[in-house]
Design a protein around this ligand. Structure first.
Ligand SMILES: Nc1nc2c(c(=O)[nH]1)N[C@H]1C(S)=C(S)[C@@H](COP(=O)(O)O)O[C@H]1N2
Ligand SMILES: [Mo]
Length: 385
């Protein structure tokens, strides 16, 4: 009887010349760049949402966050085909035999396997959760943002260790020839050059067919883009008025905005807001779920409203929605955002009165701010001490 161990393939039983360091290093280089871009833009997004005390997130350029968020989603999407090819190219190494006789070598081999297992599982976890998030599909119960953020550190740490360990081999493979013409005969199938070209094309197709969610001129080819770009006034909707259960409150004729600073308070009806000086600003909504769109907003400057209650210029402001439940019903507007001349309580979008789904009677729209913090159906603004 054959031992069950003999069912495990030997690295030598994988004969494709497409597998190996030539492909692994070149695809790995671009995979590493994709992960690095996703990591850095992810940190920016995290900072924009969860500002650490020592940092003031800037309000300019107005579309900086939109661009970093777009790069995040695009680099994550590009990483999917790259990671699949990379894993395929090194797959036989999974079956390298351990050297049980030599304890030191065995320990090294185990350490390497463990670090690779950590890297591969963290990388797959990031891509799967990121893709699911941009599809608004949350088949898990943990918090997406804090988990995706924590695993990002594991992935980048394991990646750095991996590159450091493999550096000599990577340099050798990158500076060596891609196809060794001597060994090439007609029956050997596709060349490595051709295989690489196919990989780049597949990556390009993956990006082009999804990036329309953030890049307007790609919308027509983005057949796999989760968002069509449609919605009232040409801007998609994140959470509808029905889903947020705000319709009775948002259509109540007795609606009035409250602006509060300690004991001082003013209330303003929608007509009062319309009677104030109106400002127009071209500003994007950049959703952390991977879509963005720019619109022409018109409404009252938040700083004008705050001046009515003598708010200090360095005070943060808490913005609260009519919405009774949900994580996005309340946000803090840092002082530099509150005082920015482009930060509006919008009443109109793209020349139309704000639709219920976009936040009627009024919604916050500030430059360079993640979509998730652009509170809709605003009920109250309270100056924080
Ligand atoms: N009150 C409230 N405001 C909200 C949300 C919400 O769920 N409730 N969603 C936010 C998110 S995640 C985004 S991306 C934007 C989307 O705005 P839009 O639906 O007008 O495009 O609204 C933000 N404001
Ligand atoms: Mo969002």
């Amino acid at each position: 009887m054959r031992s069950p161990l003999s069912l495990i393939p030997h690295p030598d039983s994988f004969t494709s010349r497409l597998r190996g360091p030539e492909i692994a290093s070149r695809v790995g280089l671009w995979l590493g760049i994709s992960f690095l871009l996703a990591f850095v833009t992810g940190l920016i997004s995290h900072a924009a949402q969860d500002m650490p005390g020592w940092l003031t997130f800037p309000t300019r350029p107005v579309s900086f966050y939109r661009i970093t968020q777009g790069v995040h989603v695009i680099s994550g999407t590009a990483a999917v085909p790259l990671l699949l090819v990379k894993l395929w190219s090194v797959f036989p190494k999974l079956f390298d035999r351990f050297t049980f006789g030599d304890v030191r070598r065995l320990a090294l081999q185990l350490a390497e396997r463990l670090s690779i297992a950590l890297l591969v599982s963290a990388a797959i976890f990031q891509l799967v959760t990121g893709l699911a998030n941009s599809a608004q599909w949350y088949p898990w119960s943990f918090s997406f943002r804090s988990t995706h953020y924590a695993v990002a550190w594991i992935a980048i740490g394991a990646l750095i260790v991996h590159i450091a360990v493999k550096l000599p081999g990577i340099r050798r493979a990158l500076s060596g020839p891609l196809d060794d013409d001597l060994a090439r005969t007609s029956e050997q199938g596709p060349s490595r050059r051709g295989f690489l070209r196919t990989t780049w094309v597949a990556t390009g197709v993956a990006v082009l067919t999804t990036a329309g969610a953030t890049v307007p001129w790609l919308r027509q080819v983005s057949i796999f883009g989760v968002r069509s770009g449609d919605g009232p006034a040409g801007i998609p909707i994140n959470v509808s008025a029905v889903a947020a259960r705000v319709i009775p409150a948002a259509t109540n004729p007795a609606y009035a905005l409250e602006v509060r600073n300690g004991g001082k308070q003013v209330t303003l009806t929608r007509a009062d807001l319309e009677a104030m000086e109106q400002t127009t600003a071209e500003l994007p909504i950049a959703c952390v779920e991977g879509w963005s769109a720019s619109g022409e907003w018109r409404g009252v400057r938040v700083r004008d409203l705050l001046a009515l209650v003598d708010a200090a210029e360095d005070a943060d402001v808490e913005v609260t929605s009519l919405q009774m439940q949900g994580a996005f019903r309340q946000t803090t507007l840092p002082a530099n955002f509150a005082q920015d001349p482009l930060t509006l309580l919008a009443l109109e979008l793209n020349g139309e009165g704000l639709s219920l789904d976009h936040g009627h009677p009024c919604r916050l729209i500030a430059p360079n701010r993640p979509g998730v913090l652009q509170t809709k159906w605003v009920k109250r603004m309270e100056v924080l001490a």
